[in-house]
Design a protein around this ligand. Structure first.
Ligand code: FES
Length: 129
């Protein structure tokens, strides 16, 4: 059973869609369930995440998790965003069924994947990823 917060985020995601000019794009998937998440970041010269958007092909919890993850990292520096965990995500979603926790993990991984892509484009490396 999904919480009210999960249903609400699924039905009215605030951050769904692509992002023109994104300079960090991550893509992750879960082989077992087949869900796929794409995260788009616009990171400024001070390495602050100005905008975050997502496209998720997946379950209700996956869509809600990615939407919350975008909110959690907007306005944060890259280093701060890398500290956002799946627990931070599912705490904002109320109770999450145990078999859906991996959806929040995937959201965390999508953040890391997008930041990794940002560093690749810059020809840099971040050991915290
Ligand atoms: Fe796999 Fe949701 S069921 S990400």
């Amino acid at each position: 059973m999904y919480s009210k917060q999960i249903i609400d985020r699924f039905q009215n995601p605030k951050n769904a869609g692509g992002l023109r000019g994104a300079n960090g794009v991550g893509k992750v998937g879960n082989a077992k369930c087949g869900d796929i998440m794409k995260m788009y970041l616009l990171i400024n010269e001070d390495e602050v995440i100005e905008e975050a958007r997502f496209k998720t092909f997946g379950c209700v919890a996956a869509i809600a998790s990615t939407d919350v993850a975008c909110d959690l990292i907007k306005g944060k520096t890259i280093e701060e965003a890398l500290k956002v965990t799946n627990q931070d995500v599912y705490k904002l979603l109320g109770t999450m069924p145990a078999h859906k926790i991996h959806c929040s993990v995937l959201a965390q991984e999508s953040i890391h994947s997008a930041i990794e892509d940002y560093y690749k484009r810059k020809g840099k490396e971040n050991k915290n990823i």
